[in-house]
Design a protein around this ligand. Structure first.
Ligand SMILES: N[C@@H](CCC(=O)N[C@@H](CS)C(=O)NCC(=O)O)C(=O)O
Length: 211
């Protein structure tokens, strides 16, 4: 049975799951969520995911949300990009939680406000705050990648797939990736099956009703 992923092209959180599916060579189909026109906030979508978030992954009777959970499930199913020891399992979890809380939460919200929120609703001080937190998180990742090819060391894991979710969007928000992050991002880009989020998921460029 082909898995499905509720997603949209601009969603770096969805990209983590979509990229993992491609890197694992698992057949899947995207189901477009018209996020910018409010589709994730409808009662219909609440029946799919009460958290009102994408990505949401469906595989037969199994339905999962939270990108970290989805990529962990795929890693265990395909025996790819996972830990080889208990210490590695904990390290992957540590970086995945850090990504969700410190890297993605700030960059995704800051990018959304800069690029996608109608101009009249943009709050410049909030954007500046989020971009400051993004810079701090990028500095942390940059230090971690000093003398390492991937977050755990020599091989890619789901920690990389989580942390890279928004990295191919950096230039859109005028962030020049620091050197270690740029080289790491290219290493992930070289993995068989890699595609850019806009090529992997539907909805680019966005079309939205006037708000
Ligand atoms: N921690 C979640 C974050 C998911 C998330 O926030 N997705 C965004 C789209 S990229 C969303 O659906 N946001 C809805 C909202 O914040 O109301 C994950 O990793 O899946």
């Amino acid at each position: 049975m082909t898995a499905t992923l509720h997603c949209f092209a601009q969603s770096g959180n969805s990209y983590k799951a979509a990229l993992m599916l491609e890197l694992c060579d698992q057949p899947w189909k995207p189901i477009f969520v018209d996020f910018f026109n409010g589709a994730a906030r409808t009662p219909e979508f609440a029946a799919i995911n009460e958290m009102a978030e994408v990505p949401t992954y469906t595989e037969g009777a199994l339905r999962l949300s939270q990108s970290g959970v989805i990529i962990d499930h795929l890693s265990r199913t395909h025996k790819k990009f996972g830990p080889e020891t208990e210490a590695e399992r904990l390290e992957i979890l540590r970086w995945t939680l850090w990504d969700n809380h410190k890297l993605t939460a700030n960059i995704a919200t800051g990018r959304f406000m800069q690029l996608y929120l109608p101009e009249k609703h943009r709050k410049l001080d909030v954007i500046a705050f989020l971009m400051g937190r993004t810079k701090t998180a990028l500095d942390t990742l940059e230090r971690r990648l000093e003398n390492r090819n991937f977050i755990l060391g020599d091989r890619p894991t789901t920690a990389d797939i989580s942390c890279v979710g928004y990295m191919y969007f950096l230039e859109e928000i005028d962030i020049a990736p620091p050197a270690n992050i740029a080289a790491w991002r290219d290493r992930i880009k070289a993995l068989p099956g890699w595609q850019h989020p806009y090529d992997l998921m539907p909805g680019h460029p966005i079309q939205r009703a006037n708000v």
